[in-house]
Ligand binder design. Sequence first.
Ligand SMILES: [Ca+2]
Ligand SMILES: [Ca+2]
Length: 224
Amino acid sequence: MTGLVRKATFFVACATVLGAAAAFAGVVSPGNCVVGSGVGVQRINLVGYNSGAPGDKADSVSTLAKLQVLVRDISNNPIAGIPVVIDFSGCTSDVKIGSTQSYHAQTIGCATATIQGFTTTNGTVNFAVVGGHGAGASHAGGCAQVYADSYLLTSINVGTYDENNTSGVNGVDLSAFGGDLFGGLNPSRSDFNNDASVNGLDLSIEGNVLFSGRSNTSSSVLCP
Ligand SMILES: [Ca+2]
Ligand SMILES: [Ca+2]
């Protein structure tokens, strides 16, 4: 192969790669997206409302209450306007989302146990989801799936601070949490710090949520 032919072959290959990248610009590339910290199995803990808060009333401040999703394309460019959905349908044996939500422009699909938001100009969307404990058998870890424009990004763990879906997070929930703390089964719903164990650290976190008052109101109705 002459030098000229090699150069021509090289430029054709480059043009092909660039063309492919251009073709997929703006298309979700799951491997380039980041859910939460992006390291290991992520978590979102469902919360209550602060009924007296202005604007968004859902508690987005408590430990792992807010989950951020960053959506990028094949060239690692963030993509705006992409629908991102968290599907909680695998969690509903014991953890259910509330039928009304109050965090940014999140919309809810109650029958399908899904929450949807759209990425902003920097490619991110944040979720804080109101919900509670609907009784029943403990769900398996990684019960919720995160999708961006219908592409599966990952599965995440789910917990809930409101253990009885009544009166927000208060002493009754602390007592109910005690059942998980001393039950020896380490249910994912009460592993608030996501370290695969239900222990005193989670008790401390639940106490902080209680005394902060940020989750002092429950969802009026839980989805199926
Ligand atoms: Ca409660
Ligand atoms: Ca824990």
